[in-house]
Design a protein around this ligand. Structure first.
Ligand SMILES: Cc1cc2nc3c(=O)[nH]c(=O)nc-3n(C[C@H](O)[C@H](O)[C@H](O)COP(=O)(O)OP(=O)(O)OC[C@H]3O[C@@H](n4cnc5c(N)ncnc54)[C@H](O)[C@@H]3O)c2cc1C
Length: 354
């Protein structure tokens, strides 16, 4: 006997369920658009992320690109998800930059006077009071920082999508995509648009594999340090971020060659060695994770429409700061698709010739 699958019609198909996709889903929900998300767990960047958000580049004491605009959209969006899904994901965090010298202290105070940074860098020198930490030159405090619990976000968001019959937990097979002039079809799903948000997985996408995504592998440890007892985060040669129950994230490494998701012994040794330069108490490594960040050579996101097919889009290149950037770029992409509002050339894939 022949059986015919009923056709499902939606406004959007989204490939990927990381930070980029979730931010777009929220745009679609608020604008009453229907959608289906595909995810096969092949990329892990959003799950592995430490989830730190802060408006300052702490290596150079400069403002993150469009920090104010990003935070203005990102925090209300994550807070709305918290309330809609009844979860806690946004943890405000006192973030301290450990000074390695008097020169660094001076650089900090000079930077704190610049108009773009005065709201983000405190001018109080914070003294170290913990016997477990070596910080003779003290710290500078970054204001408006926090940690997004990305693991809880993604797990809960997938459950929410499943409950609404909007998640297909399987690989999206690009060869099955049929593209018409004003619609696309994938198996029994017909949609007006498709947005690819596969992170580093875009390398297998025949429509967008050529966008210049480098990919930078990062590794992060979870340690247990019962004596440390700090409720603030520290950025030094590595960051250490409290996540509760005497546990802390320690990260991260940057590797431009290795494109696997496997945690490595070199990564573990690098993080422990750097941590021991300023943490003096015992700790135990309880977890070690790795993934590929979707990084771009000009450090700007990759957003836009396919040069030939008008209903194919890409939302990628979130780099090292997906938590803050994702809601900002999802908003821009939505406005391009639904309102024909042109993208800022800085984020548009058209800035690269291909
Ligand atoms: C170690 C580490 C630490 C980090 N720390 C931070 C941090 O503290 N703060 C911060 O803001 N950012 C951090 N980042 C960066 C952040 O993780 C990324 O910017 C962000 O997660 C990228 O999100 P994405 O949705 O674009 O990609 P991803 O998270 O990679 O999501 C892509 C999704 O697409 C799915 N997919 C791909 N191909 C297919 C297919 N064919 N079919 C179905 N599904 C598919 C994958 O399974 C995946 O779920 C860190 C990254 C790493 C690796």
């Amino acid at each position: 006997m022949l059986t015919f699958a009923t056709m499902k019609e939606v406004d959007y198909i989204i490939v990927g369920c990381g930070l980029a996709s979730i931010a777009l889903c929220e745009q679609l929900r608020s604008n009453e658009k229907t959608f289906v998300v595909f995810d096969d767990n092949s990329q892990r960047s959003s799950i592995v992320a430490a989830g730190l958000y802060n408006p300052v580049i702490l290596k150079r004491f400069s403002e993150v690109w469009k920090a104010k605009e990003q935070l203005k959209i990102a925090l209300p969006l994550y807070n709305k998800i918290e309330s809609d899904l009844n979860i806690k994901i946004d943890y405000k965090l006192q973030l301290l930059r450990r000074f390695a010298s008097v020169e660094e202290q001076n650089l900090w105070f000079n930077a704190a006077e610049k108009p773009k940074l005065e709201n983000y860098l405190s001018t109080n020198l914070v003294k170290n009071t913990s016997i477990c930490i070596d910080a003779p030159y003290g710290y500078g405090e970054v204001l408006h920082a926090g940690r997004l619990d990305t693991t809880t976000l993604i797990t809960a968001y997938k459950d929410f999508l499943k409950l609404n019959n909007s998640l297909e937990e399987k690989q999206f097979n690009y060869t099955k995509l049929q593209i018409e002039k004003t619609s696309i079809q994938y198996e029994n799903i017909k949609a007006r648009h498709i947005v690819f948000a596969e992170g580093f997985g875009v390398k297998s996408n025949p429509y967008f594999y050529h966008i210049p995504l480098n990919g930078t592998k990062g590794e992060v440890l979870t340690i247990k340090a019962s004596d440390l007892q700090i409720d603030f985060g520290i950025k030094s040669s590595v960051f250490i971020i409290p996540i509760g129950n005497a546990m802390y994230y320690v990260g991260a490494t940057y590797n431009w060659k290795d494109k696997t998701h496997l945690p490595t012994e070199e990564g573990r040794i690098e993080l422990i060695t750097k941590l021991k330069t300023f943490i003096k108490c015992d700790f135990e490594v309880v977890n070690h994770r790795a993934s590929i960040r979707p990084t771009v050579k000009d450090r700007r996101p990759l957003v836009g429409r396919h040069h030939e097919h008008q209903n194919l889009y890409v939302l990628n290149g979130l780099g090292t700061r997906g938590v803050m950037i994702a809601p900002y770029v999802a908003d821009k992409l939505f406005k391009l698709i639904e309102r024909e509002q042109p993208l800022d050339p800085e984020i548009d894939i058209k800035r690269f010739k291909y």
